[in-house]
Design a protein around this ligand. Structure first.
Ligand code: G6P
Length: 471
């Protein structure tokens, strides 16, 4: 038999992301507990880890934190990532404050962004062993591929964007447009959720950098960076299995009793401008206004998970949403019931599954969204109810779940209000047909399959430096 050192080493995948899949939550002065973090990226990354009882323990064993000080976090995460790149990539434009101030803070935030990316690169480089494959995630780490290749040009590096990549006309307004594109192009494989995002990225490289776009990707002086679409999914079995658990069944029973005689509509979003929460609630108000017969027969449960609370725009959004919900409940509520239940917090996994399962109509009306996995999670939990999904045409998921969902333009409040009526009255056979197409998609295009496809394509790319050494 081979001695251990002669055996081919199992290939290691180093996944690099801004947020760890576990968060430390402070309990007291010196104590804290660990929780699974919230967000699309985290649910995707969980797919790498086999489902085991003590998920948290397994995750922590395999995680390596990158420590950033408060000042860097403020400039890099609150500033450059979430005040500049995030809104821009979702078509909300650059911040509109006083021009000079923006330019000045822009530069220091971009410097902090590069510094933070370099700190991630240092940690990766410390753990990297020859033969490892490195997968960088999202808009926080666009500078990372370049930093990694500077350390070691033989490193195999992939980069994946979880948000939309906007039209090149939007990207070109960004002062650091060139530097960011160039550093992403240092990767061997660049992935997006949809074909449109990949196309926008290639156009940005051809129009802004003057490079050549090919069906394979982008070419720069003979070096090809592969660019392709890899639509993400969820671990659908995890949701389907959870529905059988007594805890979930118990939650379902309570919810059914609580809302007996009323149809349940559901929204689950991080409290983010891109999710279109105010627009959704206004559409619901219009629906109630125009359909008095539904007023005491339907309830909207809106779970709004607080997020990025240090960024001023997010603080403004919270009070805006509270104001609208209060007004509508005042207008249409009775002494015993209100039309909107709005929660400013996340739910645990079991409560969430139960909620998905008892819902009649889910409202996913993002103004822009890279993919939106809430729509997938809802479909996975609807095997018996076969409820309706109302889905924004500006979510990446519209390209995969469009066949079964009712697609809407979230800016068009009249259209969304009409779709709510259509969904609530939809006959059972149409609901069933629509549900089945989407259920099939969600259970076959899983996050495991997404990750495996990306990594195998990354493995198939040829690292230029290795090619040169072999020649
Ligand atoms: C989106 C982004 C992720 C991010 C998540 C939660 O899904 O693409 O990268 O992790 O939102 O946002 P947060 O800022 O809390 O990590």
């Amino acid at each position: 038999s081979q001695r251990p050192e002669e055996r081919p080493r199992k290939q290691r995948l180093l996944v690099v992301a801004n947020r760890l899949p576990v968060s430390a939550v402070r309990e007291g002065e010196d104590s804290f507990h660990l929780e699974i973090s919230v967000g699309g990226l985290v649910s995707a990354l969980l797919a790498f880890i086999a489902f085991v009882d003590d998920l948290i323990q397994v995750i922590t064993m395999r995680c390596i934190p990158v420590f950033l000080d408060e000042q860097i976090v403020n400039q890099y995460y609150n500033g450059y990532c979430n005040n500049i790149l995030w809104p821009l990539f979702h078509y909300l434009g650059l911040p509109q404050e006083d021009r000079l101030a923006t330019t000045r803070s822009f530069q220091s935030q971009f410097d902090a962004y590069k510094k933070a990316n370099q700190m991630f690169a240092d940690v990766v480089n410390r753990y990297y062993k020859e033969g490892d494959v490195v997968w960088c995630h999202d808009y926080h780490l666009m500078f990372l591929p370049k930093c990694l290749k500077e350390y070691n040009d033989k490193m195999k590096v992939g980069w994946f964007l979880h948000t939309p990549f906007p039209s090149s006309e939007i990207h070109r307004t960004l002062p650091s447009r060139t530097e960011l594109l160039r550093s992403v192009l240092a990767a061997d494989l660049v992935g997006f959720h949809t074909y449109d995002y990949a196309r926008h990225f290639v156009s940005a490289c051809t129009r802004i950098l003057g490079l050549e776009g090919t069906p394979e990707g982008v070419e720069d002086q003979g070096k090809l960076t592969r660019v392709a679409a890899f639509p993400i999914g969820i671990d659908s079995d995890r949701f389907i299995r959870a529905l059988e658990l007594p805890e979930v069944q118990e939650h379902m029973k309570e919810l059914k009793e609580r809302f007996a005689g009323r149809k349940v509509m559901l929204g689950v979003d991080r409290l983010d401008m891109i999710k279109g929460i105010p627009q959704k609630i206004l559409a619901f108000e219009k629906f109630l206004e125009e359909n008095p017969r539904w007023r005491d027969k339907v309830v909207l449960l809106q779970i709004a998970v607080p997020t990025r609370t240090n960024v001023p725009d997010y603080q403004k959004l919270t009070s805006q949403v509270h104001e609208i919900v209060g007004r509508i409940n005042g207008r249409f509520g009775t002494l015993t019931a209100v039309p909107i239940h709005h929660l400013d917090r996340s739910l645990d996994f079991y409560a969430l599954c139960a909620l998905y399962a008892v819902t009649d109509v889910a409202l996913v009306t993002s103004l822009r969204d890279g993919m939106n996995l809430v729509s997938y999670e809802f479909v996975a939990c609807q095997a018996s109810k076969k409820g309706v999904l109302i889905l924004s045409e500006f979510a990446g998921a519209a390209q995969s779940l469009g066949a079964g969902a009712i697609l809407v333009n979230p800016w068009n409040v009249t259209e969304v209000a009409a779709s709510i009526g259509y969904a609530l009255d939809m006959p059972a056979d149409e609901r069933e047909k629509r549900h089945l197409v989407n259920f099939k998609h969600v259970t076959t295009h899983t996050s495991q399959e997404w990750a495996a496809t990306f990594v195998s394509e990354l493995n198939d790319t040829i690292v230029e430096a290795q090619l040169r050494t072999r020649q």
